[in-house]
Design a protein around this ligand. Structure first.
Ligand SMILES: [Zn+2]
Length: 332
C-alpha cells in the first residue's frame, strides 16, 4: 500500500536514531511502529515486556493530505510558495468540516502548481513526523511504563477516556512528549524535501518555516469545535493552544543547542511567520478552531497554564526517570 511509505520512513528513522546518542538510542532499539486501520487522526503508545509499540491510525495521513491539499489549492494561502497564481480563488465555508474524523467529511481539492503539490507532501510528512515523535516521546520519556505502574493504564492514546485521578500527570505527559518531539524533529529532516533531494544548508530556514506551519496546523486542527466538544479530549490533553505555546518555547530554546547559529536565529521568526500564515488560511477558508486571539490576547489564561505546566515538568520527569531513557544533553 502506497501510504505505508510513512511506516517505512519511521522504521528507517528508528534504525538511524538507534545509533545516535542524542536521539534516545535505547528506546529506538526496542520500539516498533505499526498502522491501525482507523479513519481518525489519532495515534497511541504502549509498552509491554520491555517492547514499545507506536500505533498510528491510517486516518492521520489521509486527513492531513486532504487538509494540506485544500490549503495549498487556494491562491491566497501561502503565497510565497511556488506559483500561487496557478491556483483558483474558490470560496467556501469550511467551518463545519471535521478534519480529524475521517476522509468522508473532507472535500477533494488539489493544488495545480507542481511546487505547491510538492509542498503538500512536505507538510504532510512534517506533521506525520511530529505525531510519530510525540508517541516515541511517551515511550522515551518513561510515560508508558510510569502510567502502567503508577496508574494501571496500559496505553496512552490521544483520544483516551479521562481518568480524573490522572489529569495532572496526563497533561504533563502530553507536554513532555511534545518537548521530546520538538527536540527530535530536526533528525527527521534530512530527506524531507524528497528522497532524492538531500537537504541543503540554505533550505533549513524554509524547512523550519514549513515545520512550524505543519505542526501549528496540527494543533489548530486539534482545536476544532468537534474536538472541543468531546470532553474526554479536553480532559486528557491540555488545550491545543497551551501545547502550542509550550512547543514554540521548546523549539526556540532547543535551537540554542545546535551548531548552526544563523539558522537558529531564524526559528523565532519562522514561528511568528507560520502563525500569521495559519491565521490567514483560517480566515480565507473559515476553518473552525478555538485558537483565536491566543497569541495577541491571553483572555483564556493560556500563558499562565503553559507556565504552570513548565514548572511541573521537572518533578514529572523526576517521577518518570526510573522508567525513562536518560535524556540527551539537549534540554532547554
Ligand atoms: Zn500524547
Amino acid at each position: 500500500m502506497l501510504d505505508d511509505r510513512f511506516l517505512h520512513r519511521f522504521r528507517a528513522r528508528l534504525r538511524e536514531m538507534a545509533d545516535n546518542p542524542y536521539t534516545y538510542p535505547e528506546t529506538c532499539r526496542r520500539v516498533y511502529v505499526e498502522a491501525v486501520d482507523h479513519s481518525t487522526l489519532n495515534a497511541r503508545a504502549s509498552e509491554s515486556s520491555g517492547k514499545g509499540l507506536i500505533r498510528i491510525h491510517r486516518g492521520c495521513w489521509v486527513n492531513l493530505e486532504r487538509f494540506f491539499s485544500t490549503v495549498l489549492s487556494h491562491r491566497k494561502i501561502l503565497r510565497t510558495i511556488g506559483g500561487p497564481r496557478a491556483e483558483s480563488r474558490w470560496r467556501a465555508d469550511l467551518s463545519h468540516i471535521d478534519w480529524i474524523g475521517g476522509p468522508h467529511t473532507v472535500p477533494q481539492r488539489e493544488p495545480r502548481d507542481p511546487e505547491r503539490q510538492r509542498t503538500v507532501a512536505v507538510l504532510v510528512t512534517l506533521a506525520m513526523d511530529f505525531i510519530f515523535l510525540h508517541e516515541l516521546g511517551h515511550i522515551a520519556g518513561g510515560h508508558t511504563r510510569y502510567f502502567v505502574e503508577r496508574h494501571g493504564i496500559g496505553e496512552l492514546s490521544e483520544d483516551d477516556v479521562l481518568d480524573p485521578n490522572v489529569v495532572d500527570d496526563r497533561h504533563l505527559a502530553e507536554v513532555d512528549a511534545d518537548a521530546i518531539a520538538v527536540h527530535l524533529s530536526g533528525y527527521m529532516w534530512h530527506d524531507v524535501m524528497g528522497p532524492s533531494r538531500p537537504l541543503q544548508y540554505d533550505q533549513l530556514r524554509e524547512v523550519a518555516f514549513l515545520w512550524a506551519f505543519a505542526v501549528g496546523c496540527l494543533f489548530f486542527l486539534f482545536s476544532q469545535p468537534a474536538m472541543e466538544s468531546s470532553a474526554h479530549v479536553v480532559g486528557t490533553h491540555p488545550h491545543p493552544a497551551v501545547r502550542l505555546v509550550r512547543l514554540m518555547h521548546e523549539a526556540i530554546s532547543a535551537t540554542q543547542h545546535f551548531d548552526i547559529p544563523l539558522f537558529w536565529v531564524q526559528v523565532e521568526k519562522a514561528w511568528s511567520h507560520a502563525v500569521d500564515e495559519i491565521q490567514n488560511a483560517k480566515s480565507v477558508l473559515r476553518f473552525a478552531s478555538s485558537i483565536d486571539d491566543v497569541f495577541d490576547n491571553d483572555r483564556s489564561g493560556v500563558y499562565d497554564t503553559a507556565a504552570r505546566l513548565k514548572h511541573g515538568l521537572r518533578s514529572f520527569r523526576a517521577r518518570c526517570a526510573r522508567y525513562a531513557e536518560r535524556r540527551p544533553e539537549i534540554e532547554g
